[in-house]
Design a protein around this ligand. Structure first.
Ligand SMILES: Cc1cc2nc3c(=O)[nH]c(=O)nc-3n(C[C@H](O)[C@H](O)[C@H](O)COP(=O)(O)OP(=O)(O)OC[C@H]3O[C@@H](n4cnc5c(N)ncnc54)[C@H](O)[C@@H]3O)c2cc1C
Length: 474
């Protein structure tokens, strides 16, 4: 089994991509984007479309798609990166939240549209999202979520309840009791999307410099002209606008250690399954698949006939540290393999061929932000809490609009200008996150243990307590 090497997705494309040159020296640009993941690349792509004459420079520490964008589960999903109630309280009220959710649903199609228009071959299939309940507690939670969705006005075009048989007809998950189906979700090969998007941005004239870590982002000093500066060892880039698109890596920049918590997410992928195994599992619609556990899993049927499945595992590294090339620990690989074999007995003998992990950015209030100050020439977007694939496209389009000064319904969405407080200092961060996921794992164990008896209720209560303590929107 391979471990790390950034991700299976990159290996499937033939290994790390050919490196683009580093920044050749100090430079002046109209817009400087720090970070070459989906957020930075979509922002650059749309900006170049809106203002073809702008000099747009992307500075990337490793290579485009090195971060979460080249490692994720490939769910292009319209899930809100944040809590409805908090977004409603912060700005826009309930109608603002509905606007944001509807914009996210439209974003799934926008990603598909650009992939087709730019010939980005990333296995995009809009098969919807299926969340499966495999215990009575999960089923009760699923029904609760459906009721909440209905109370926010989401009809059957947005969320559909599936009976056990309807669920199994889509994907044969062992022990499935029912499901929730959301049509607005697509599957992609994440690294192929990142690589294709980088090339599409370049075709529009965007300059991408790789192996160019930015050591600091600062306002321009007196005499440097308007805007801001991104500092690198090769020289500084001064630009009218400097946009920070570093999500889970933000803590590595000076002064931002507690801004976004780098939450780890881990994945495994099987060898290609036999035709017989696929006949038993079904999954012919290529739905993005998840469950209703507290420490939930996410999975996709890959275009090359494998199951790629992810989950939380070790959730956080002390001091907001990040992984080395996606290397993941043996206990997490074993835990994800157990989940995979329990849900898909037909794949029980399939070898796990690759495991990896990455970091996603979590704000203290679990609500994503797109923000820009024309006066300071500084902006950023991120904090998508694990729902960043579609959200980064919407954020990129929005950031591009904010930089050009063009107001639109996107620039009015409630996440624009949203402010979250910072995380606690260590060791509180580490203790809090590990304590929370310990609680969730215990809750899941109790809920799924047939011998737990009345302790099932204890499991449900622990899960609810975890949600309340963290404020995680479930
Ligand atoms: C394992 C995993 C599974 C996930 N699954 C899903 C999923 O299925 N669906 C979903 O919606 N979301 C998922 N996510 C989250 C999603 O992938 C991210 O939210 C999204 O990719 C964020 O994109 P980004 O461009 O903001 O950040 P990233 O893709 O992380 O890009 C940030 C880039 O900035 C670069 N960088 C960092 N610091 C600097 C610096 N100082 N100077 C220059 N460059 C720098 C990094 O090298 C990196 O390339 C998952 C995340 C992980 C880790």
């Amino acid at each position: 089994m391979r471990n790390g090497e950034v991700s299976y997705w990159w290996r499937a494309l033939g290994g790390f991509p050919a490196r683009r040159p580093s920044l050749p020296g100090p430079a002046e640009a109209d817009v400087c984007i720090v970070g070459g993941g989906y957020t930075g690349l979509w922002t650059a792509y749309y900006l170049a479309g809106l203002r073809p004459g702008l000099r747009i420079v992307v500075l990337e520490a490793a290579f485009a798609g090195y971060g979460a964008s080249g490692r994720n589960g490939g769910w292009v999903t319209a899930e809100l990166p944040g809590s409805r109630a908090r977004n409603a309280r912060a700005a826009g009220g309930a109608s603002g939240v509905r606007d944001l959710e509807s914009a996210l649903r439209a974003t799934v199609d926008e990603v598909g549209r650009v992939c087709a228009a730019e010939s980005i071959d990333c296995d995009f299939v809009k098969g919807g999202r299926l969340s499966v309940a495999t215990t009575p507690s999960q089923l009760a939670r699923l029904r609760g979520s459906l009721a909440a969705h209905r109370s926010w006005g989401d009809g059957a075009d947005v969320y559909q309840y599936l009976t056990r048989d309807e669920t199994l007809a889509r994907v044969n998950v062992a022990g499935a009791l029912g499901g929730l189906y959301a049509p607005a979700s697509a599957r992609v090969q994440p690294a192929a999307l990142a690589a294709g998007l980088a090339r599409a941005a370049e075709r529009r004239g965007v300059e991408i410099y790789e192996a160019t870590p930015v050591s600091e982002i600062r306002p321009a000093a007196y005499g440097e002209g308007p805007g801001a500066v991104a500092c690198t060892k090769f020289g500084d880039v001064r630009a009218r606008s400097v946009l920070r698109c570093t999500e889970g890596y933000t803590a590595t920049l000076p002064g931002l250690r507690r801004a976004l918590l780098p939450m780890s997410s881990h994945m495994v992928v099987t060898e290609p399954l036999s035709a017989g195994a696929w006949a038993e599992i079904g999954w012919n619609g290529c739905e993005t698949l998840g469950d209703e556990a507290h420490a939930y899993m996410y999975a996709q049927r890959t275009a090359d006939g494998r199951i790629a499945l992810g989950g939380r595992g070790v959730p956080y590294r002390f001091g907001s540290a990040v992984d080395h090339l996606g290397q993941t620990d043996a206990s997490t690989v074993a835990a994800l393999t157990r989940v995979l074999r329990r849900m898909f007995p037909a794949a029980a003998s399939a070898a796990i061929q690759h495991a990896w992990c990455g970091v996603l950015g979590v704000p203290r209030d679990w609500c994503a932000t797109v923000t820009y100050s024309a006066a300071a020439g500084l902006g950023w977007a991120g904090g998508y809490t694990g729902h960043g694939v579609a959200a980064a496209n919407l954020a990129g389009r929005t950031l591009a609009g904010l930089v050009t000064g063009e107001t639109s319904p996107l620039t009015e969405l409630p996440w624009v200008g949203h402010h979250s407080r910072t995380w606690e200092p260590e060791p509180a961060r580490w203790t809090g996150v590990h304590g929370l996921y310990g609680l969730y794992r215990l809750a899941d164990r109790l809920e799924s243990d047939p011998a737990a008896g009345s302790r099932v209720r204890l499991g449900e209560a622990l899960g609810r307590a975890g949600d309340m303590i963290s404020g995680i929107p479930h």
